[in-house]
Design a protein around this ligand. Structure first.
Ligand code: S3P
Ligand code: PEP
Length: 485
């Protein structure tokens, strides 16, 4: 691992942080590169013929584990421009005998931490490439389902693929001579990453493949993102829908060729900064993201618009404005505190922003019902149950549903109080980054294990300080208050 990457991971040494409240937030920011695009581009470039240059790539735990794993099968990935770009020498199309030489006796061991994209994309790609592998992660990864993907791949290979933890969860053990079949079926109700992985694997197997979709597909924008990204490397996909508009099958052909690809800033990361303006008031421009971005999570800004924020999209980026700004434009009629209304919203396509919205909803004028995200229970943590537990520590009423939650507003007294509340993050980067928003508006919020943002955004705390102009309070001592339950 290059030194710069290791340093990033170690750059948040304290065990808890308090963000300091202090009025409206005005400014602009460019989040780091998209995790989803970086890890897709790495897979396509790794198995392409020739050299690729990927610019604007994310440097974080999720991309590091992908890079380290690909290096183990002989892919050369070199950072340039201070790590902001990667030059990837692909291993070309599938040569199963070569792959078997890589893993002749013992399986190649790959550690993927808690990166869903890495383990799902690699599992599919490596079975198409061929060889013996064992993919394992941290304990939570071994509770995250991968059975639907394993079941889809099994009939395609001569050999074996097994998910060894209860409930067909990782570690995954693979012994494959490449794909022999040309059609497969996959369920998409738990994660879209299974389908994305299979789509990206088909050109590695040098086959025309048809994938039938069983049941509904969650997180559909990520499937379209996969198709777009594959096209940049020469992978051709066709998405077919049934009469109800549901994705029914995907056809794939073509081979990967080295390409130059520019990675968009991460739209899920952008959600925290747009939400900062919604919660604290002010105006935040997220640079270099547009309505045409390939990431569905840009749609989060439109959800804030539904709640009453002002939405502007220009050539520079997407801006969210709410309530008073610290320097109101001349003649503006800004109100004295940010206003938000409760909404009823389907978030199945933008589920990584559910925690962000749940925090925003605490400051609305009525309840917010979030629907369509049952699959959020299988992510870095149970992002419905554990989210409800933490938000209730603020005294808020939170109703948990099978497919989401209803968040009721905080009382005016609670908003005005700064009595300490210690929030657990469950090693989930999105818990930490969402809870930071609470601290922008109310005092006493302490967030445990802030370094967990390393998964997708190691510099999050520094970037938030830069945006607010206020230094956070850091501490490595034990929290001074017990969580209020
Ligand atoms: O394909 C991707 O890049 C992703 C798909 C989503 O997962 P699910 O499909 O499991 O919802 C999302 O939560 C994850 O952060 C990234
Ligand atoms: C769910 C996430 O990641 P992954 O599934 O890739 O681990 C996320 O980043 O919110």
């Amino acid at each position: 691992m290059p030194a710069a990457m290791t340093d990033n991971i170690a750059s948040v040494p304290t065990t808890r942080v308090s963000v300091v409240p202090g009025g409206p937030v005005d400014g602009e920011i460019q989040p780091p590169g998209s995790k989803s695009l970086t890890n897709r581009a790495l897979i396509c470039a790794a198995f392409a013929s020739g050299t690729s240059r990927l610019s604007g790539t994310l440097v974080s735990e999720d991309t590091e584990v992908m890079i380290e794993s690909l290096a183990k099968i002989g892919v050369s990935i070199k950072p340039i421009d201070g790590g902001q770009s990667l030059v990837v020498d692909g291993v070309g199309g599938v040569v199963s005998d070569d792959a078997r030489r890589i893993s002749n006796d013992a399986p190649v061991e790959m550690f993927i931490a808690n990166s869903g994209t890495t383990i799902r994309f690699l599992t599919a790609a490596l079975t198409a490439f061929g060889g013996r592998y064992r993919l394992a992660g941290i304990p939570r990864m071994h509770e995250r389902p991968i059975g639907d993907l394993v079941d889809a791949i099994e009939p395609m290979i001569e050999g074996q693929i097994v998910a060894t933890s209860p409930g067909k969860c990782p570690p995954v053990e693979i012994d494959s001579k490449g794909w022999s079949g040309e059609s497969l079926r996959v369920s998409g109700g738990v994660s879209s990453q299974y389908l994305s992985g299979l789509m990206m694997a088909a050109p590695i197997a040098s086959k025309s493949v048809e994938i039938q979709i069983l049941g509904d597909m969650v997180s559909m924008p990520y499937v379209r993102m996969t198709a777009d990204l594959m096209a940049a490397f020469g992978g051709r996909t066709g998405l077919q829908h049934d009469a109800d508009g549901r994705l029914s099958s995907v056809t794939i052909n073509g081979d990967y060729q080295g390409a130059e690809v520019s990675i968009e800033p991460d739209a899920s990361a952008a959600s925290y900064f747009w939400a900062a303006a919604a919660v604290a008031g002010g105006s935040v421009l997220v640079r270099d993201l547009s309505e045409d971005a390939s990431q569905g999570d840009v749609g989060f800004a439109r959800v804030l618009e539904q709640m009453g924020c002002e939405y502007t999209s220009t050539g520079e980026g997407i801006r969210i404005t709410n309530g008073p700004q610290s320097t109101p434009p001349p003649n503006s009629a800004s109100s004295s505190s940010p206003l938000l209304c409760g909404i009823d919203v389907e978030m199945g396509e933008i589920s990584d922003t559910v925690q962000t919205l749940s925090v925003v909803a605490l400051f609305a004028d009525g309840p917010t019902r979030i629907r369509g995200v049952a699959h959020n229970r299988f992510k870095e943590t149970d992002r419905i149950g554990n989210l409800a537990i933490e938000l209730r520590k603020l005294g808020a009423r939170i109703d948990e549903h099978d497919d989401g939650l209803t968040v009721y507003p905080l009382t005016a007294e609670r908003m005005a109080s700064d009595s300490p509340v210690v929030l657990e993050t469950y090693n989930d980067h999105r818990m930490a980054m969402s809870f930071a928003l609470l601290g922008l508006r109310i005092g006493g919020i302490e967030i445990l294990n802030p370094a967990c943002t390393r998964k997708t955004y190691p510099e999050f705390w520094a970037d938030l300080e830069m945006l607010t102009g206020r230094a956070h309070h850091w501490s490595s001592e034990a929290p001074h208050a017990e969580p209020v339950t």
